[in-house]
Write a protein of this length. Structure first.
Lengths: 608, 286
């Protein structure tokens, strides 16, 4: 394994950092002095707060502690959207208001079931709102999503100020049941809900659905190419986030008996957003600390005779500082803890166990894999971008049992062909058949599930995952630890326990290939897998590719520039130039072909 | 109906148009969608109000308010240039949201929570249209927006500075390599944006609720107008801002529909964005 290439990718904890994160991180050397100032402030603030929390369980402070739990839930709901999935949504309070409204409504109309059920219903009622806000997020990203959610929050707020919450005017307040009647039991309920929510998120993030959140932040294309629906992932996440915020709103009503519009004002929403970025709403401890901060700073500052507006300025500055560092405060702590533990393990001579090759990895039988048929057939594929014909009537067969090479000079249409086959280009002419069945009408993730897998020219692994977690995700969870280890070992990849952000780009590419193999595809399309590798490494990868059809039962379509790799790996080669096939045959035949030589080296070379 | 539409234009439309022009200018040259523009303008406006309340004449108070708005904006510009010059778009957006929060809180901190008397920098009305008095500040805002749109369009297409600014909007790093002082120009645009934002808020604030946060959130209709113009054509943004004010005015007229007037920008934004981005099924290809 090569050492990490300086990209401190683990620091991608700051909200919204997932996507292009690594590039934005500052060099480590410069970062340390800047860290200390605001982090020192945070530490001092916590030192001030903790005694207050511990001693100060007076009537007044327990109220604040309950509010802190509500805020912590809201920040957690924001954290999974912004930090995990990289979606900048600034309207958690709109979801919370829906939860609060539902509890008030149930109370006023005397619904059966009592407060506990109503609170749950509050969360459920917020889910459709989350779904509706999530719909635009299927097309809108980054700045546009922030604009939409900001304006949505403002519009909801003005509605809330016009219409009272149910029960407010008549004084028909929600009564807590006797078990929750005193504040200390309600305090326990609120923080208990927070812990339960964090456990629930933790459990989800161990499943492919939850792991896919991080993947969406990294690349939507890669998510779909692994067989996961981006639509389902995004909408599901918005609904879960709304559910959590809805519960928080419901708990707020339980605390005060009734909600008022000003509970949900946009400035509070902005403060929640900023504190989530500053402290790391994606981490449970970050959300808890941020919730305590937001609830307590006005109180503590007020007691100290300091104007409360300072707290929001503090959060704004803290958020900007965290963004400039590329890491939230708790994300930074986690990174430090990881560094220390790595150093301790290194001192004790412990390293991550290398992946282990199985003697015979299990192969999944697919109906489409029947011997003697072609794995994939491409008939008369034509792709146009405006007036440019990127692929002109290309037909190609990818048979079982061998590696098929697809070569050609830059701009020949190789990657376009991979994009069309994997489903990213809609509206092509021609037919693509997998095991005799046309897949043209299938979406990207359905094609991937049907057995078409691909890698990308620029690797798109997820830096926050370990290699093993990534491979499990690529196999959509249906795989044993031994098979994960086997796939990584076969490509000579890193340990399953290695964090992807801590391995170099070449190894990340191997992890990506291992993920594809682990999913046991019918056809595996490798888009320049050896780009940027040294010659010896390239040939090792070529040897591994050559063995893939035999060992994993997949047909391979290899796109490559390096003729040594092509000769070593491929049984059959097709050459494209300007979108058309110009030659086809065994590597030796094709490389002698006059049209191929002229395509690569220019006409003069041929005549000479 | 017509009456209330006219009132809407006078109340908000001109200011929305001005905000939209400033938002486009800043987005095109600095790559930042400045969510804090109305908040910065509110800061400048409150300073003007404070000085005026302490016996300053209106004109110097106004000029100092504008200078303060520009100065705050320049500080933000320096933050961007120093820490986020080539940061990914998501980071820059999150920073803008944090700046919105910080500016609102700063304004509260400096000027307190009590409602302020906000002087009208243009006194009285300029005449009667369809039976209602049209306020001078509304007309002035609309006129300034049109003037700014025309001026900016000419400047960008005719002058050397304009060509440089257009270059920056296409590729800041390339321009920097070509020897254009991208960072200085970018901070300059922050100053202009802060000043225009302050003018817009000075003109709209006397007719509005004087709460700091509701003033700061007037950036939302400004964003809607800028989006209609796809952050490109200033004159379309001006027309959109004015029409948005008219539409809000018409809803304000009706008691039952009044609450929806703040929802209009949201609906406009939603429809426009979904239409523009309808083909953006996937995130970036490379």
């Amino acid at each position: 394994m090569r050492p990490a290439d300086g990209a401190q990718g683990t620091a991608v904890d700051a909200a919204a950092n997932g996507g292009a994160g690594v590039a934005a991180l500052p060099p480590r050397g410069r970062s340390l002095p800047v860290v200390s100032i605001s982090r020192l402030l945070a530490v001092i603030a916590i030192i001030v707060l903790v005694p207050v929390i511990v001693d100060g369980f007076t009537v007044f402070y327990i109220d604040v502690c309950i509010t802190a739990a509500v805020f912590a839930l809201l920040i957690r709901s924001l954290g999974i959207l912004t930090e995990r999935a990289g979606m900048l949504a600034v309207c958690p309070l709109a979801f919370a208001a829906m939860g609060a409204y539902t509890v008030g409504y149930c109370n006023v109309h005397g619904w059966p079931g009592g407060v506990f059920l109503w609170m749950f219903l509050g969360g459920v009622a917020a889910m459709p709102v989350g779904f509706l806000v999530g719909l635009p997020a299927l097309r809108l990203r980054g700045i546009n999503l922030a604009v939409i959610t900001l304006s949505f929050g403002a519009a909801v707020y003005s509605l809330l100020n016009t219409y009272e919450f149910p029960g407010y005017e008549a004084g028909n307040y929600v009564q807590r049941p006797s078990i929750l009647i005193n504040d200390s039991s309600y305090f326990i309920l609120c923080w208990g809900v927070f812990v339960a929510v964090c456990v629930g998120i933790w459990a989800l993030e161990r499943r492919p659905f939850g792991t896919a959140w991080r993947c969406v932040a990294r690349s939507e294309r890669a998510t779909a190419a692994m067989g996961m629906s981006v639509v389902r992932t995004k909408l599901g996440l918005f609904m879960i986030s709304a559910f959590i915020a809805g519960i928080a709103g419901a708990l707020l009503v339980g605390e005060f008996g009734v909600a008022v519009g000003t509970n949900f004002d946009p400035v509070t929403a902005l403060a929640l957003f900023a504190s989530a970025i500053m402290l790391g709403g994606g981490n449970p401890e970050g959300a808890a600390i941020a919730g305590i901060f937001i609830a307590f700073t006005p109180t503590v500052l007020g007691d100290l005779g300091i104007n409360q507006d300072f707290s929001n300025i503090f959060f704004g500055v803290g958020a900007i500082q965290a963004l400039s560092m590329g890491s939230s405060i708790t994300g930074f702590w986690r990174l430090q803890i990881r560094r220390i533990s790595l150093r301790l393990r290194g001192r004790r001579g412990l390293t991550d166990p290398p992946p282990v090759l199985l003697s015979t990895p299990p192969r999944r039988a697919r109906e489409s894999d029947a011997a003697g048929t072609d794995a994939m057939q491409i008939h008369n594929l034509t792709v146009r971008f405006g007036n440019v014909v990127a692929l002109d009537d290309v037909s190609l067969v990818v048979p079982h049992g061998i590696v098929t090479g697809l070569i050609g000079p830059n701009g020949a249409g190789k990657s376009t062909l991979v994009d069309a086959v994997s489903g990213f280009i809609r509206g092509y002419d021609g037919v693509i058949e997998l095991g005799g069945e046309p897949i043209d009408r299938l979406s990207v993730h359905r094609r991937a599930r049907a057995g078409v897998r691909r890698t990308f020219q620029h690797e798109r692994t997820v830096p926050e995952l370990t290699a093993g977690e990534y491979v499990r995700l690529a196999a959509r969870g249906r795989i044993s630890a031994a098979e994960i280890s086997d796939a990584l070992a076969y490509v000579d990849g890193p340990s399953p326990r290695a964090l992807i952000s801590e391995v170099d780009v070449g190894s990340r590419r191997l992890v990506e290939i291992a993920g594809c193999l682990a999913s046991r595809p019918t056809v595996l399309m490798l888009d320049e897998p050896t780009a940027g590798l040294a010659q010896t490494e390239s040939l090792a990868v070529a040897a591994a590719i050559a063995g893939m059809p035999e060992r994993y039962g997949c047909a391979v379509l290899l796109i490559e520039h390096d003729m040594n790799v092509v000769s070593a790996a491929c049984g059959h080669v097709t050459v494209l130039d300007f979108g058309s096939e110009i030659a086809s045959g065994t590597p030796a035949e094709v490389l002698q072909h006059g049209a191929v030589i002229s395509a690569y080296l220019g006409d003069q070379m041929v005549t000479v | 109906m017509l009456t209330s539409a006219v009132a809407g234009i006078a109340d908000g439309g001109g200011a929305y148009a001005l905000l939209a022009v400033a938002l486009i200018l800043m987005y095109r040259t600095t790559g930042v969608l400045n969510f804090a523009i109305a908040a910065v303008g509110t800061f400048g406006t409150f300073l003007t109000s404070f000085l005026y309340g302490n016996g300053w004449p209106l004109l110097p108070a106004t000029l100092i308010g504008m200078a303060a708005g520009a100065a705050v904006s320049v500080v933000y510009g320096l933050v961007y240039v120093r820490f986020f010059f080539d940061a990914p778009q998501r980071h820059r957006t999150a920073v803008a949201i944090a700046l919105l929060l910080g500016t609102i809180s700063l304004t509260y901190r400096v000027f307190g929570e009590n409602p302020r008397y906000l002087p009208s920098i243009v006194k009285g009305s300029v005449g009667e249209v369809a039976g209602i008095q049209v306020s001078g500040s509304g007309v002035l805002a609309a006129a300034l927006a049109i003037g700014a749109a025309v001026g900016l369009t000419l400047m960008l297409s005719k002058t050397r500075l304009g060509r440089q600014l257009r270059g920056i909007s296409q590729g800041p790093v390339t321009c920097e390599l070509l020897g254009i002082r991208v960072r200085a120009l970018s901070v300059g645009c922050w100053a202009v944006g802060g000043a225009i934002g302050t003018i817009a808020m000075l003109l709209v604030a006397p007719g509005q609720d004087t709460q700091i946060e509701s003033l700061a959130l007037l950036v939302v209709p400004g964003l809607a107008a800028a989006l209609v113009a796809v952050f490109r054509r200033y004159w379309i943004a001006v027309i959109a801002g004015i029409l948005l004010g008219a539409a809000q005015g018409m809803l304000e007229y009706s008691n039952s529909l009044r609450v929806f007037s703040t929802a209009i920008p949201f609906v406009v934004i939603l429809v426009i964005l979904l239409w523009l981005e309808r083909r953006e099924v996937w995130d970036e290809a490379r």
